[in-house]
Design a protein around this ligand. Structure first.
Ligand code: KG4
Ligand code: ZN
Length: 342
């Protein structure tokens, strides 16, 4: 078989994404975001997201096919995010995928959103060496995964016990008067600040925490520490050094993420670290991972920032991998599963 031509549909959160890939080659990546509609609420509102997906799904689908220069008839398989994510939002994508699969008589693959965040890197850097360690950091998840087989063997090593890393960026940005989503403005502000200005806490890195939470993360204490620090400044009537706070907060998050990811690679004897999810777009996270990875002979892979945040191409990339590995398609009655495990 020539490389499979696969269409991927993503609607698990606030981005309606439809991507088309041929094997590891990206042909189209159409995106409609409802992020602006959520911005005034400071976070994603599930009902608003579902309605926006409903309005965007058909035009985004048409745009992707046009961009790829193919018709639905040319496609070998349709992949769709079946979970985890917002239940109502997932349902829109799954229902659409079923409709298209039924109409065009194509096999359908219900895929895991987290595995898709890992798979998208293959569009940039080719096949993923297995085993690999994946650091997956987004607005909804922060996990360390061992990827023995991208198609069938992704095992969680640890995860956040409270806030996701992206959620911490969003909450701290709000505190500093920056718009939602908060990752990009903090990333920008931090470039002008001193990452060592304020020694914010590194969650779950003390020896007693490491015993029970070797590869877990915690960011809610960090967020509270930033809030207290800013409040103390304001109480004294002193200006808040926004760039220093942003840089010091970002350093605390990236330090913990990279330390634990590198430790996982070293402990498991694995030489490849792949970073994915919206927070993987962070410039400091990428630089620090590169720097510490190089020190320990670990190859660090991260897709370009646009592919780190939610999109349809990542779903198509995982779908193409499943087709190439000969994995059987899902049944046409596949459910959307908001808490889908890996
Ligand atoms: O993967 P994603 O698009 O959606 C989820 O599945 O959650 O991730 C969105 C998250 C948001 O919290 C956003 O603030 C964060 O990714 N993000 C960043 C950056 N760009 C997006 N965080 C830090 N630095 C960035 N440059
Ligand atoms: Zn995501």
């Amino acid at each position: 078989m020539t490389e499979p031509l696969v269409l991927g549909i993503e609607t698990s959160c606030d981005e309606t994404g439809v991507g088309v890939v041929r094997g590891h080659t990206l042909l189209a990546d159409a995106l409609a975001s409802s992020v602006d509609e959520h911005a005034r609420f400071g976070g994603v509102v599930p009902e608003v997201a579902s309605r926006a997906h409903l309005e965007a799904i058909v035009p985004t689908m048409e745009r992707a096919l046009k961009e790829a220069g193919v018709t639905l008839g040319d496609i070998d398989a349709i992949a769709v995010t079946a979970g985890p994510g917002l239940a109502g939002a997932l349902l829109v994508g799954v229902a659409a995928a079923k409709g298209y699969a039924l109409a065009a008589e194509k096999p359908i693959y219900g895929v895991n959103h987290l595995a898709a965040h890992v798979a998208v890197d293959t569009l940039e850097h080719g096949p993923l060496p297995e085993p690999a360690i994946a650091l997956l950091v987004s607005g909804g998840h922060s996990s360390l995964l061992e990827v023995d087989d991208l198609a069938t063997g992704v095992t969680p090593l640890g995860a956040t016990i409270d806030d996701a890393a992206g959620e911490a960026f969003d909450k701290v940005a709000r505190l500093l008067g920056m718009p939602f989503p908060g990752g990009p403005p903090i990333d920008r502000a931090a470039r002008e600040g001193d990452p060592a200005a304020i020694p914010f806490p590194r969650g779950l890195t003390a020896p007693k925490d490491l015993a029970a939470h070797r590869f877990d993360f915690s960011f809610s204490g960090l967020k509270t520490a930033v809030a207290r620090w800013v409040e103390a400044r304001e109480r004294l009537g002193e200006p808040v050094p926004v760039a220093d706070v942003a840089a010091s907060f970002q350093e605390a998050v990236c330090d913990v993420l990279v330390s634990k990811a590198v430790d996982a690679c070293r402990e498991r004897g694995i030489g490849t670290l792949v970073i994915g999810g919206g927070v993987a777009a962070n410039s400091r996270l990428r630089a620090l991972a590169e720097e510490r990875g190089a020190r320990h002979g670990i190859a660090v892979r991260a897709p370009r920032p646009r592919l780190c945040t939610d999109n349809g191409a990542m779903v198509a990339a995982l779908g193409a991998h499943l087709v190439a590995r000969g994995v059987a398609p899902s049944r046409l009655d596949l459910p959307a599963d908001s808490a889908m495990p890996l």
